[in-house]
Design a binder for this molecule. Sequence first.
Ligand code: SAH
Length: 328
Amino acid sequence: MNAGELVEIAVEVDGEAAEAVVELFNRFNGSDWVEDSAAGEASGGGAVLESTGYDDFGNPVVGEYKTVVKTYVKPGPRGLRIQRQIEEGLWRLRLLYPMPEPVARTVKDEDWAHAWKRHYKPMRIGRRVLLTPAWEEPDVLPEDIVVRLEPGMAFGTGLHPTTRLCVAALEDWVRPGDSFMDVGTGSGVLSIVAAKLGAGPVWATDIDPLAIRAARENAARNDISLGNDALHIEQGSIPEGQAGRFEVIAANILAEVLVGLLDGTYEKVSLAEPLALEGHLILSGILEDKSEMVMSAAARHGLKEVDRRQEADWLALVVRKEHDMGYA
Ligand code: SAH
């Protein structure tokens, strides 16, 4: 196998089984190198859904149509190990849901990187934001906030409901001059929107180096200058030594990760620490039935719900820092 190739593991399923397979793929191949950047075809971590039917938002419709769930692993021993775990997991799932054997094949890296483009068209979000693939020339109104994106392998095109919920929340909660941080920036979409809404300084972090590269390129594409007072992009998660610095923070990851970030499971500091007193934290990537778990974590850190938005099964919660929990 050559560099620039990936192993695609695909299984054709319907209805309920699709969710189970997505969960399985995410469990074994979730946060790693292959993000759900197929944008719009994606549902959580490492699973990509391709359906013969799509809804108005470009999301695959599961159930009524034929659905293929795919994931991609890098060649090499680690990828092989993930592939084996997935195959074993699927074998177990077949006891519950009848489904065919998974099909594994080698694909070119670029195929994966470009697969999502088929469904990616300009789209309006909230009142003024127009997200557009960099290669399209949409009609622009004078008041539009146009954000041009080429996400590459990073997540965040606006095709996923979680991104749209965040963009709409930013329009309502970011005021010009606010300091803003975006943890898990992916393509950089939220930071670019915030900067265009007048926020500054804007900080964007992501643990994935591919996301950092995509975010930098997208910032340039949108004429946003990089630097400490404008847009600062760094690889990582929650920065230390920034207590109370940001008036608005957004994190569009997944419920479990948000809870870990709030409770300081992964980093030395809680996601609540860099938030200013009376500042707002936008938490997104939350499946409806996981909202309680995120809300109680938020409450543990002095954060109170002030806004809640939903699209399909996905929720975004806006919480305000009402109490300083003594972060230095
Ligand atoms: N903000 C974009 C992308 C969200 S996808 C949008 O709203 O569309 C989630 C991103 O979080 C991914 O790019 C992933 O690499 C990153 N991520 C996952 N866990 C993280 C962590 N613990 N800290 C920082 N970033 C993380």
